[in-house]
Design a protein around this ligand. Structure first.
Ligand SMILES: [Zn+2]
Length: 569
């Protein structure tokens, strides 16, 4: 901690009797406080940044030390510039205190989970609901907040901010900002070569610069949302129409799309994981009625990115977040063709994918006995499904959004009867558990997802004489369970490890659905061994539901080559 008050403690001794020496009242100018805060953030809360920069630079030679010094000067002057632009004599204390709290929390999550605080991660954080947030409030966070937040803030609180004539204050502030700008430019020029290669080859490292990363990311999310709010969602698939199969159909049809949460391909029993985490689905696969896509890639590494992408005509292959967020989704296209679309949610909503369409939330009222606090187990999604099938008419699409393996509290995601792999991590704070305990809890949650999907299929199958139904399950993204020191998910896609991008996907359909769609099961099984991605979902679902639109791209329909009545477009 740097002392921001060389001219401290004029007449402060009298008020300081009850304070520890370091928190004695002292006087300082707002410029001195800003400078002290800049140096403190640079040195105290940027360890992940320095570690990543040195790793990228490779090695601990002498030149690395000059780089560290240059980076420290750069960080301090950058933050002095940021804070110096908004801090006045009156706002300096609340602004610096808030930035310090933000920095302390950011440091905690970057260190505990290896996350990078870029705009998409911030979008996740800002959309987190209270139940999710409560699981992230741990003792580890409290300790970091105390050390890197409360302590410096107590120091800040002890300062008496000096008042100066406004002309003098303006000149001093200009000098501070000018000095910071010079120091920033000087440090960049001094170590231009390594810093340039760092920013070029490891772009994600800049999102470790704390607290600027949070300020920048919040700013860009707010700006993007403001742009989005200013214009209505762009309609897509205005030409969507039912295909000829609809008129020939005598029975109701139901497509159930299950959006999984944080299930990763590596721990999916059907993909050959050493543990059988999907025993019930494996039985269905052995009976030849379930198809498992073993090489499936997600569009993103977070719900905020993946969910909208999974329902977009063009996803990762030409990724454009603004276009995806600004446009309607597959669900609107299907509704336009005449399907009755419902989104049923056991998580944090549909992220705009179902805007304007019916949405239902699983709650203690709709799923009694399956909820604890404000969280419900995923079987809650199946409540009332039987009745829905009894009254099915026409073509319906039901999206079930699971809570799945939402971390870090995997042990809360399944009833105790699914606690098969032991010992488990029973903490919200993963750092208090061994990797084995974490993986056990994670695998039990997969085991429960297996049960939920198999129960869903059993219900659809029991009604197969009345309703032609099909199910497509795909997880939104994977998860890191300690590999490469990473936990959870949300690493920028370009550098994300396979654990976060490789996800499970399965398909099931009733014999009536298979007949009317002309689906060849052997062909689908062979197709499922080939690589697939979230980009396929939009076109595969259009194909399976026989909806005609110019948006349909046969090359991205994973069922296309296996259907006899393939759309002509
Ligand atoms: Zn997710």
């Amino acid at each position: 901690m740097t002392d921001p008050a060389p001219r401290a403690a004029r007449g402060a001794a009298a008020t300081a009797a009850s304070w520890p020496a370091v928190f004695m009242r002292f006087s300082a100018t707002s410029d001195q406080l800003v400078l002290a805060a800049g140096v403190f953030w640079a040195l105290a809360v940027n360890r992940p940044f320095f570690a990543a920069a040195l790793r990228a630079h490779g090695g601990a030679e002498i030149r690395s030390w000059t780089l560290v010094i240059a980076l420290a000067v750069m960080l301090a002057s950058l933050h002095v510039l940021l804070a110096g632009l908004v801090c006045t004599r009156r706002t300096v204390k609340p602004v610096l205190a808030l930035m310090t709290l933000v920095a302390a929390s950011a440091l905690h999550y970057m260190q505990a989970y290896g996350v990078v605080l870029d705009p998409s991660m911030l979008r996740n954080v800002l959309r987190t609901d209270t139940a999710e947030a409560s699981e992230l409030l741990t003792w580890g966070l409290a300790l970091d907040l105390a050390l890197y937040g409360a302590l410096p803030i107590a120091f800040l609180a002890a300062a008496r901010v000096e008042s100066r004539p406004w002309r003098k204050a303006l000149v001093m502030r200009a000098a501070l900002l000018g000095g910071a700008a010079l120091a920033l430019a000087g440090s960049l020029m001094w170590q231009f070569q390594p810093i340039a290669s760092l920013t070029r080859n490891h772009r994600e490292v800049r999102y470790l610069i704390t607290p600027a990363n949070v300020l920048w990311s919040v700013g860009s999310v707010v700006a993007a949302d403001a742009r989005g709010a200013a214009q209505p969602r762009q309609a897509i698939g205005l030409d969507a129409a039912p295909g000829p199969g609809w008129a020939a159909q005598t029975r109701p049809r139901l497509m159930v799309v299950v959006v999984g949460e944080t299930a990763r391909g590596a721990n999916w029993g059907l993909n050959g994981y050493a543990r059988q985490t999907t025993p019930q689905l494996a039985r269905l696969q052995a009976e030849g009625v379930l198809v498992n896509f073993s090489d499936m890639t997600a569009c993103g590494t977070s719900t905020e990115v993946s969910l909208p992408c999974m329902f977009a005509p063009v996803g990762r292959r030409d990724y454009d977040e603004a276009r995806i967020r600004g446009s309607e989704s597959l669900l609107h296209v299907l509704a336009r063709a005449g399907a009755k679309v419902t989104w049923r949610d056991n998580q944090a909503g549909c992220k705009g994918v179902c805007d304007g369409l019916p949405i239902e939330f699983v709650s203690a009222a709709s799923a009694p006995g399956l909820c604890q606090g404000d969280r419900c187990w995923d079987e809650g999604l199946l409540r009332g499904l039987d009745e829905r099938l009894q009254h099915a008419k026409g073509v319906a699409v039901l999206v079930l959004h699971m809570l799945g393996n939402h971390g870090p509290s995997y042990f809360r995601r399944y009833p105790s009867t699914f606690e098969r792999f032991r010992p488990t991590c029973r903490e919200d704070d993963l750092s208090r558990c061994t990797t084995e305990q974490i993986v056990n809890a994670y695998d039990n949650a997969i085991l429960y997802t297996d049960h939920v999907l198999a129960s869903l299929i059993a219900t659809l199958d029991a009604n197969a004489a009345k309703v032609d139904s099909a199910l497509v399950f795909a997880s939104d993204h994977g998860e890191s369970l300690g590999e490469k020191g990473l936990f959870l998910h949300g690493i920028p896609f370009a550098i994300a490890p396979r654990e976060q991008t490789h996800v499970p996907m399965v398909m099931w359909w009733s014999s009536g659905f298979g007949r009317s769609a002309g689906l060849d099961a052997d062909c689908m099984r062979a197709r499922a061994l080939q690589p697939a991605s979230h980009d396929h979902l939009f076109h595969t679902l259009l194909g399976l539901l026989d909806v005609r639109t110019a948006l349909y791209e046969p090359a991205w329909d994973a069922s296309g080559g296996c259907r006899k009545n393939r759309p002509a477009q």
